[in-house]
Design a protein around this ligand. Structure first.
Ligand SMILES: [Zn+2]
Length: 392
């Protein structure tokens, strides 16, 4: 009898662990990364043909935060390899989220608010060292990206240098399904306050680093924190080292004072990897248009997101309208795509449906040349110029 009770209790324990490990994370992913239900988009033949001929690049997707199998065409989430291929995406920056405050909002978040990623890491069975170290969380997600590439070399190639870009373009001539993946951070709290971790992340393949996420950190103020401060002493040191290592600097989520401070000292152009324009959509998520112009003047790129907090809507039409607004404000050479796919947003489409953006850009009067640049050639040109040269 006792044996039987122990057996039953043990079985319940095993089932509970399996439910917690497999079912719960999948449910959270499904709930956090939905797509607004919609009828298939009507896309003109001309737009479809042009879309297939574009080099498409996106600066921001958090897909590796989740335990989704990215090799299959999932019925949930925004990005996986088949969907990237259907959307004709050539370049995808995968960003790694390491801390996210509970009650997260665009106005004000305390640095010491309870962190949601800890629970997610534990529920998804991440290594114990990721439970307390944000650097380990970033590195663990990067390892998942590299593993996916090693196991699917015809689908995903990791790009870390200008030479990699060259090889990628060469291979893509005969394999249009090949996606070039880059690795970035979402916020430099991922350094765990230790400047040595910049080099460590570089060695792990990180080629873009943003300074902030939703809260102030050791580098300075977040756009959604409490201080509004500029760069700290530590922030200056980190920015200088990031530039020395030729890591691309992303100022998304940073306070306006941080952006101004970085603009004063940076010798390389900046990227805003996922944003909207305040003049198109007034939102606490977006920095002033004048700052966007300053970033563009120094050769930077503004990458437009696909969710209502950035562009006041989530449709392909709204994305195209934000981009057309940007052409007037900063010029066609300084615009890119920055979806924020799989970043707990609700877009009106997933990455397999990007032709709908091309279609709307045409409808709104953008020229073919403008569309080519915005949809990805600007990103390609940027990484061709600003990644480390590489030695292969
Ligand atoms: Zn973000």
């Amino acid at each position: 009898m006792i044996k039987r009770i122990i057996y039953i209790l043990f079985s319940i324990l095993i089932v509970s662990i399996l439910v917690a490990r497999i079912y719960l994370p999948a449910q959270v992913d499904r709930q956090m990364n939905p797509v607004t239900a919609h009828a298939p988009f009507k896309i003109s033949d001309g737009a479809r043909e042009l879309h297939q001929d574009l080099i498409i690049g996106d600066w921001h997707a958090d897909s590796f935060l989740w335990s989704r199998d990215l090799t299959t065409d999932n019925d949930h989430g925004h990005v996986d390899i088949p969907k990237l291929q259907q959307g004709n995406v050539a370049l995808q920056m995968f960003t790694t989220v390491t801390k996210s405050p509970s009650g997260q909002n665009y106005e004000k978040n305390e640095t010491d608010a309870r962190d949601n990623i800890t629970a997610l890491a534990i529920a998804q069975g991440w290594p114990i060292k990721t439970w307390r170290s944000l650097a380990e969380r970033a590195i663990f997600q990067a390892k998942k990206i590299k593993k996916l590439s090693q196991e699917n070399p015809n689908d995903l190639m990791i790009i870390k240098s200008q030479n990699d870009v060259k090889n990628f373009l060469e291979q893509r001539k005969s394999n249009k399904d090949l996606i070039g993946g880059l690795i970035g951070t979402e916020g430099s709290h991922a350094l765990d306050g230790d400047i040595k971790n910049v080099q460590r992340l570089y060695e792990e393949g990180f080629r873009m680093m943003s300074l902030h996420h939703f809260f102030d950190n050791k580098l300075g103020g977040s756009l959604h924190g409490t201080s509004g401060q500029g760069l700290s002493e530590f922030g200056y040191e980190v920015v200088n080292l990031i530039e020395d290592l030729e890591i691309i600097l992303d100022v998304s989520h940073s306070s306006q004072n941080v952006v101004k401070d970085v603009l004063k000292i940076s010798s390389r152009p900046l990227v805003v990897s996922h944003t909207g324009f305040n003049g198109h959509c007034k939102s606490a998520r977006n920095i002033d248009d004048s700052l966007m112009q300053s970033i563009a003047k120094k050769g930077g790129l503004i990458a437009i997101g696909y969710w209502d907090g950035a562009i006041c809507n989530n449709t392909p039409k709204a994305v195209a309208e934000a981009l057309v607004y940007g052409i007037d404000l900063v010029g066609e050479d300084h615009l890119s795509l920055g979806s924020d796919f799989d970043g707990t947003i609700t877009p009106g489409f997933d990455t397999s449906e990007l032709a709908a953006i091309t279609d709307w850009l045409l409808k709104l009067g953008a020229t073919e040349e403008q569309i080519r640049k915005i949809m990805g050639e600007n990103m390609l040109r940027f990484i061709q110029k600003y990644l480390p040269k590489g030695n292969n």
